[in-house]
Design a binder for this molecule. Structure first.
Ligand SMILES: CC(C)(COP(=O)(O)OP(=O)(O)OC[C@H]1O[C@@H](n2cnc3c(N)ncnc32)[C@H](O)[C@@H]1OP(=O)(O)O)[C@@H](O)C(=O)NCCC(=O)NCCS
Length: 168
């Protein structure tokens, strides 16, 4: 397993869009958006996203945005770690990295949505709330009836407040 110290974390650029799309495809869990969507994300939401590399090769990413009507809330859209690097704490490290960077710019809460069948994601965000010693509230975001296909309901996890003294 890769030692977590070997991961380099940085802000993505448009040249990372293709690798991010590929990691979403390879995850076999995430809703895969178009390659174009990842390019746009890298252009317009780079400061609220992060990519991790090992020796220059993409190992994972987080995409997020600040809610337009609630800029203190960072909404995490997708988190992926390549199977070869899972279980080494990389996803948690990427979340801590983003939260610590944005805390100084006024972000106090993190939100994400999780389907009821995604244990790994639930545990990832529960562990994040524990590390930051803060509350985690769960509610329904989008019921299954809102989707055109067999998509499960998306539950909203809202975590915070994040405090400077807790910054990792
Ligand atoms: C979810 C995912 C990002 C976790 O990446 P990771 O780097 O392995 O996660 P971490 O090592 O930081 O572990 C974070 C927590 O999740 C738990 N976890 C990780 N993988 C797990 C799995 N397959 N099943 C259950 N729990 C899991 C860890 O035990 C840890 O919890 P703990 O601190 O209570 O022990 C990764 O499994 C993945 O890319 N999955 C496919 C895409 C996906 O489902 N993304 C999340 C939805 S946006």
């Amino acid at each position: 397993m890769t030692d977590s110290a070997e991961f380099q974390l940085r802000t993505p650029t448009v040249t990372d869009g293709q690798a991010m799309w590929q990691m979403a495809v390879d995850s076999a869990t995430l809703d895969v958006n178009s390659p174009y969507a990842y390019l746009l994300w890298c252009r317009d939401f780079a400061p609220t996203s992060v990519i991790a590399e090992v020796n220059g090769v993409a190992a994972g990413f987080v995409t997020g945005y600040r809610r337009p009507d609630q800029s203190e809330t960072l909404m995490i859209w997708q988190v992926a770690v390549n199977t070869a690097h899972r279980g080494a704490g990389l996803a948690g490290r990427m979340l801590d990295h983003l939260a610590a960077a944005l805390l100084t710019d006024g972000v106090t809460h993190v939100e994400t949505s999780i389907t009821p069948d995604n244990d790994a994601s639930r545990r990832l965000f529960a562990a994040f709330a524990r590390r930051w010693d803060t509350a985690l509230a769960c509610s329904e975001l989008f019921g299954a009836e809102l989707f055109p296909d067999s998509h499960l309901a998306e539950n909203l996890f809202r975590i915070g407040p994040l405090r400077v003294e807790e910054a990792r």
